[in-house]
Design a protein around this ligand. Structure first.
Ligand SMILES: Nc1nc2c(ncn2[C@@H]2O[C@H](COP(=O)(O)OP(=O)(O)OP(=O)(O)O)[C@@H](O)[C@H]2O)c(=O)[nH]1
Ligand SMILES: [Mg+2]
Length: 234
């Protein structure tokens, strides 16, 4: 009984994700789903990105949190449109919630929509939101063992950002181990070392983003998406 209810929830989510995907493809909007543990630096990364690239790209952000609109207010202060979803306890965003937020965001004229998922390294990876790309953020203080403990999430990443590298001199964290373990489950994933707070490595991230945006423009329906790649359990 529980299994069939879970299946129905996922089927409903996948139908709505397909509608979101069509919305992005028709309008040439690049949609990027950002997934990480709580506090790894998603909002800091997106705030800096919005501030630094605002003159080149029209960006909007859908923020997912269990409670508060704190993160949406930070994004607006950095200079982009933002819509906050409060999940009231749910540990991930759903495609239905994203569809509603896209209307509130008035997203049709944007170049890039970022979705900051609820801080969690497990549940968000099971829910396709219709996004083009998944960014997984891992921060130095969380520990270098996370890719082997949460392989499904890292397997679904289009890029892994190792954030808070300014703390490497204070925390035992082996960046080479992270590279090796991510590539065991996701051989082609680029892995960038950044500090969203200090700005280190952010140019590499911006170059990657511009490259993916250009691919989307060149062939709107051919950018590899997460349809059928969702992880239903690590
Ligand atoms: N030292 C350091 N701190 C950072 C960096 N990036 C973010 N932080 C800090 O980490 C804390 C959490 O950052 P957020 O950007 O709010 O993290 P988040 O992933 O959005 O958190 P949730 O939305 O709660 O999941 C804040 O105190 C940030 O200032 C970084 O590169 N270096
Ligand atoms: Mg946040």
């Amino acid at each position: 009984m529980k299994v069939s209810l879970n299946r129905r929830i996922l089927d409903r989510n996948e139908q709505c994700a397909a509608q979101n995907r069509a919305f992005f493809a028709e309008r040439g909007v690049l949609c990027v789903n950002v997934i990480s543990s709580p506090g790894s630096g998603k909002t800091t990364l997106l705030s800096r990105t919005v501030a630094d690239l605002g003159a080149q790209l029209r960006m909007g952000v859908i923020e997912g949190d269990i409670k508060t609109d704190t993160d949406a207010r930070k994004i607006r202060a950095a200079g982009a449109r933002a819509v906050q979803i409060e999940t009231e306890g749910a540990c991930h965003l759903s495609a239905v919630q994203v569809a509603e937020a896209l209307r509130a965001l008035d997203a049709a004229d944007l170049d890039v929509v970022f979705i900051e998922n609820v801080g969690n390294l497990v549940c968000p990876s099971a829910f396709d939101l219709g996004e083009d790309l998944r960014v997984v953020v891992l921060s130095v203080p969380e520990g270098d063992d996370k890719p082997i403990k949460y392989p499904g999430t890292f397997a679904g990443a289009d890029i892994v950002l190792v954030n808070k590298v300014d703390l490497l001199e204070h925390v035992a964290f082996d960046l080479d181990r992270v590279r090796t373990d991510v590539h065991k489950v996701n051989p082609d994933a680029p892995i960038l070392a950044v500090s969203a707070l200090k700005g280190t490595g952010m140019t590499d991230w911006y170059d990657w983003l511009h490259g993916r945006k250009a691919s989307r423009q060149a062939s709107p329906n051919r950018l590899e998406s997460h349809e059928g790649k969702t992880n239903h359990g690590d």
